[in-house]
Design a binder for this molecule. Sequence first.
Ligand code: ATP
Ligand code: MN
Ligand code: MN
Length: 446
Amino acid sequence: QSNKVEVVVFSAPSYACKRRTTLKNHNTLLTEALSILAESAELNEDEGRGVAFRRAAAVLKCLPKAVSSMEQLRGLPCLGDHSMRVIKDILENGASSEAESTKQSERFKALKVLTGIFGVGAKTADRWFREGIHSLSQLQESGHTLNQAQQAGLQFYDDINLPVSKTEADAISEIVEKAVHAVLPGAEITLTGGFRRGKLTGHDVDFLITHPEEGKEEGLMPKVVSWLESQGFLLYQKTTRNSYLESKDGPGRPASNMDRFERCLSIFKLTKDRCVGQKQGTKQSATPIESHVKTVCSLGDPTQAKGEGNSESLTGSCQKTEPNPQSHPHPLSQIHPSNLTLNVLGQEKSLDVDQAQTSGHKPWRAVRVDLVVSPVSQFAFALLGWTGSKLFERELRRWAGHEKAMSLSSHALYDNKQSRYLRASSEEEIFAHLGLEYIPPTERNA
Ligand code: ATP
Ligand code: MN
Ligand code: MN
């Protein structure tokens, strides 16, 4: 007779796009440590290492129970030696010494702060770090020339690094719907990204816009942006036009996972009465938007708020009622006096921290919003591509390429064996083309 205790040995498919990953995570201690290491690798521009840690974290996210011993992991894919050492450390000692020391390292902390600026990626942050710039105040003092995205990123730093709630996302949805319908009745707006996957918070709000009649969506973005700007909803925006048809590598095969839709990366100004304490399900009424517009207008001239580097007009509409934010320490407060000077494209511009930064008392907050316009013929691909998660998307493309000899993008699916595009008008059809069981958005949280 054996004394052996039965251990639950986990198993899972090796492609994340074959797994159902809900937001219920039974292994947060493990996945958070692996995510730190992934993030650190990404900040060091070591993509391979980053993906390896992301895959390891993702496989643990889909387990039905907490891992309690190393033997349980025997049957799992995606767990390399390094990830296994990290897991072992946590199971034995309650924490990963590597993840902990990474989190505490000067470099990691500095790169996190710097990439927290909208418009600053790993490359720029690394260059600054090597110049001795480890904080926002040091960046300010350096006299570096910042582009307009980065200026806005610095100006709204605290707000942008504050998670966006679902309630706030719904409020933004109403505004976007109003804008789109004002310039193109019949257009359809879909919330994508993390919120479509059921997340309760996000770093931004993502929308996909189309029109049931092919071609009607052309030129839509500039009109939507103009409308939003005229109503004072935009603090910053950068619109990129559709480059799909002009590209050399043909539809369906973009050079990278970057798609070529007409898109707008923006920062919205959301008034607080719209983002706190608002009950959901009040969608049909247009009144809240009207009153919002009025509120914004009553504070000043919101049409001035264009985020074009003119920080005085940017903050001018709201500043008079601002209490002093000093009670809340924030990354810029250390540099303080309230007027900072930034060397912007060779010009001296003043950045008023008191207004620019989240006092927590100002009647609005800045929210990052991504808008994408797709022709209806590509809508299903765009929807699938913009719903995420990023790892889920990556794995879908890997599956398509390696297992099916197909190329998947946010525009199309190309079958390399049949040398033709496979059409689809729903996500379900795309999964079917790929020979995959359909995974709904809420189970794509890999
Ligand atoms: P969060 O809640 O933090 O915003 P998210 O999943 O919504 O998480 P995003 O960075 O907003 O993350 O990206 C949403 C989706 O859009 C992802 O699936 C990503 O692959 C896709 N995406 C983001 N940027 C691009 C881009 N430049 N080109 C193509 N797809 C993109
Ligand atoms: Mn998002
Ligand atoms: Mn986004």
